[in-house]
Design a protein around this ligand. Structure first.
Ligand code: BTN
Length: 243
């Protein structure tokens, strides 16, 4: 497997997309000690200007329809949870759509980016950011009440190299399930780690807002919710706020 390491870069996802456009092989991993422009979901910034986390991106070239790619993010969430458990014996949870949480705080975020044409995926970049050795005071003020790190939880420094190797091994196992179309196993594991299920979520769509109960995640990655009137709906990521 090809692994490209940087001391500093704008964003490992940006670099991964660049080399993917230039034809780098499937499975290439880009990892950086720190990012100057780490990106989060929905245009947010991801604080990663320090050497204390694990900031990496994986380039994939799956033979899937663009609509099937969502399962890869679910597979990555499961791989992070299982990789952390195998290496450190720490139990994390998944908060829909793809936050990894420890206690009630965010430990890891995943940003999947896709280059596709109708019916064909050029490449997928799965970007994973895990807070590993930060202390509370190293988090920016605006995330201090929301973020945590493995070191804060474990009370000791954690080896980032060993953790990365373990998570990549788990990801490979989960990715093979994606290719084998063993979606059920991925979804079952995801649901097992989910902390969102049975909780109330707020759905905000274009013309209305309502409260529903999260029930499960569907094979296409949508959240299945039960509304107060008993109807069951599938909701896509942009529309759900987990309370
Ligand atoms: C989120 O908003 O929860 C997703 C955060 C994803 C951060 C990771 S760090 C490695 C990769 N490079 C980026 O710029 N973002 C992702």
């Amino acid at each position: 497997r090809e692994l490209i390491h940087f001391d500093e870069i704008d964003s490992t996802n940006n670099h991964a997309k660049k080399i993917a456009n230039d034809g780098c092989p499937h499975g290439t991993v880009v990892v950086a000690e720190r990012q100057t422009l780490g990106r989060g979901r929905v245009g947010r910034l991801w604080q990663s200007d320090n050497n204390q986390g694990l900031w990496f991106s994986i380039v994939l070239r799956p033979d899937l329809e663009p609509e099937q790619v969502q399962i890869i993010t679910l597979a990555a969430s499961v791989a992070v949870v299982e990789g952390i458990f195998r290496d450190l014996g720490i139990n994390c949870g998944i908060k829909w759509p793809n936050d990894i949480i420890l206690g009630n705080s965010k430990l890891c975020g995943i940003l999947t980016e896709l280059s596709a044409e109708p019916g064909h995926v050029n490449y997928v970049v799965v970007g994973i950011g895990i807070n590993v050795n930060q202390s509370f005071s190293e988090f920016d003020a605006d995330i201090q009440d929301k973020a945590t790190s493995l070191q804060i939880h474990a009370g000791k420094k954690i080896s980032r190299v060993k953790l990365l190797a373990g998570i990549l091994t788990c990801f490979e196992e989960m990715y093979n399930k994606v290719l084998e179309k063993n979606t059920k196993d991925i979804i079952d594991r995801w649901n097992k780690y989910s902390v969102t299920l049975d909780r109330e979520v707020k759905i905000v769509s274009r013309d209305m807002e309502y409260i529903a109960t999260a029930q499960s995640v569907a094979p296409d990655g949508k959240l299945v919710v039960k509304c107060k009137d008993g109807t069951v709906r599938e909701i896509s990521a942009g529309e759900v706020q987990v309370r």
